[in-house]
Design a protein. Sequence first.
Length: 452
Amino acid sequence: MTLRDRIADRTCRYGVIGMGYVGLPLMLRFAQSGVRVTGFEVDDAKVESIQAGRSYIPDVDDGELAREVEAGRIDATLDMSRLADMDVISICVPTPLSKSRDPDLSYVESALRSVESALRPGQLIVLESTTYPGMTEEMLLPRLATTGLRVGSDFWLAFSPERVDPANPRFGVRNTPKVVGGVDEASTEMAAAFYRMGIEHVHPVSSASAAEMVKLLENTFRSVNIGLVNEVALMCDRLGLDASEVIRAAATKPFGFMRFEPGPGIGGHCIPLDPIYLSWKLRHLDYRARFVELAQDVNTAMPQYVAERVASALNERARSVKGSRILVVGVAYKPDVDDTRESPALEVIRLLVERGAEVSFADPHVETISAGGALLERTELSQNSLAAADCVVVTTHHSDIDWEAVGLYAHLIVDTRGAVPKESVTGTLLTLSGPAYDGAKSVAPLVMEAAR
Ligand code: SAJ
């Protein structure tokens, strides 16, 4: 039977290297579409968890996973030699940045060594890890070709960007269109045929490099637009305007505008890193990706701006940062996730600790963080913890936080997310830009009376 036949009758064996926030949802999706899936890992805790039907990814439901494990459609292993039994292999390992902010391809290298030694005729290999345009063709193909097998006939090789959006209630693997691009036409077709088994819409492009560039465009688009609105906040502050009000009003335009929100910087595993893969590659082609680099400059400078805004807010109340008790509310990199990777809140905390503040944090999704070299346990968000703080800094606007209570009990708030409703504020509120709002001089007396 050919691979096309095995795809057509869903008897193909599917291997996913890397059971993380990309690999595990992919495994579940294809198991639920009737394919036998094996997860390959270097972390035995993950293997044990999957074998026990327990998910460690919030977007992957335990019950659904357990059903597929019990049905024998999902298993997991540390044994990379079993890749030889797979007909299709997706590589879903991290592609972080090195300390020198260059692409760190060590995880892909490691996975590639395993794939190379297991490669046999009839296999489709797909890289899903975000990388620079050209990597599949320039690095993976030559290595796999050393086996003597011919791409496009003995085996197939493609790139397909992951489009996982953690905590997104609407879009998951099944209904997020999947872009695929092969190193040749046969590989594109084979990859498209495979992904169509579990994903509603597959969008083939002409090459693996095009598919790699699609992903980088998507995330650079976000990074640049977030950088733009962050700069709008810096400009509005100098103009004495509230950037959120301006952006909210601009967003009433029903065409030709797309709303982004200023914040304390950008976090997560995609947006802060992916654009750097693009600028890194273009530098090797003697081209400076100016928008990418400018957006990085603006976005990475936001935590410093927030720390300075806190310092001047305290100064207005004759307090120095040094010795002030500061409660940071929300440390995950975006709302309603428990992930703190690259979270700008951690940089804000580090900067405030560096200035001598006594910093604590509250976040219903995160129990401990390492910031400024210390391990911090979370503080419960309560009337007492809010009232005890000289300044409350809002850095992540989780939907399950009582923002009215923050407005009611905090004396001084620097809200970088526009999360605290003004009408609830009894003390002083600063957003990312514009003048302070003094709740004590407005409706607040009634609210304060009610709170007593
Ligand atoms: N952010 C802002 N202002 C905004 C939007 C985001 O400051 O207007 C910040 C967030 O707080 C966060 C960072 O940027 O710290 C990244 O936010 P994100 O919404 O882009 O969230 P991610 O990193 O989970 O991005 C994922 C991406 N998915 C993949 O790369 C596969 C991205 O492509 C999605 O567009 C994004 O989810 C999404 O749609 O939410």
